[in-house]
Design a protein around this ligand. Structure first.
Ligand code: GRF
Length: 202
């Protein structure tokens, strides 16, 4: 069975969606550990509530990124993790971590990549005036939100949208496509071919 490690920094609603999909047997895998770089966040409470092991490795306690990430890699290795899911993890991964788990790290991003990478992207989408936005699950490479795309979902941007209403509409889709991408990975149905991710349908 696939062991998943989830990296979080905050609210953890995507973590919750994955927990729910596992508990309802839509995904046959286990969350072996939830690692937060920030103490006391809601994502940790959600994990504990479901009996999932939590580890806090405070990034701000480490002056160099490498020693911080060595600890993260160790915590993942200790649990024999075969898929790392970033779920609202507010740090860029170092090359070391990306190399260590190449092709086995996913992220969920609240925009239709490659449009609007980085932070505060729902606000940027509104300010730009796009008519559609959405979310993207992608494999993680060395860049910021640049890895091969697995699934995207599209939502309309409405004339009276605020950052909050657009974010909420996107989040609803995030909670669907992230568990789905994890399910496909856990069933060995994702094949990375260069920049393209092919999804086996049978
Ligand atoms: C989500 O919008 C996700 O796309 C982005 O950060 C937010 C995390 O929310 N990467 P949550 O912690 O999963 O509720």
């Amino acid at each position: 069975m696939l062991n998943i490690g989830v990296l979080v920094s905050g609210r953890g609603s995507n973590l919750q969606a994955v927990i729910d999909a596992i508990e309802s047997k839509k995904i046959k895998a286990e969350i072996a550990v939830v690692i937060s770089n920030v103490p006391g966040v809601m994502a940790l409470d959600r994990a504990k509530k479901h009996g999932i092991k939590t580890v806090v490795i405070e990034s701000k306690e480490h002056s160099d990124k490498s020693s911080y990430e060595k600890q993260v890699i160790k915590a993942l290795e200790d649990e024999n993790v075969g898929l790392v899911c970033l779920a609202g993890y507010m740090k860029l991964l170092s090359q070391e971590l990306v190399h260590h788990f190449r092709g086995k790290i996913m992220n969920i991003h609240p925009a239709l990549l490659p449009a609007f990478p980085g932070l505060h992207v729902q606000k940027k989408a509104l300010e730009y005036g796009v008519k559609y936005s959405g979310c993207t699950v992608h494999f993680v490479d060395e860049g910021c939100d640049t890895g091969p795309i697995i699934i995207q979902a599209v939502v309309p941007v409405l004339d009276n949208d605020t950052e909050e209403t657009l974010s909420a509409r996107i989040l609803e889709q995030e909670h669907k496509i992230y568990p789905e991408a994890i399910r496909l990975f856990s069933e060995g149905k994702l094949k990375i071919e260069g920049r393209r991710v092919k999804i086996e349908t049978k």
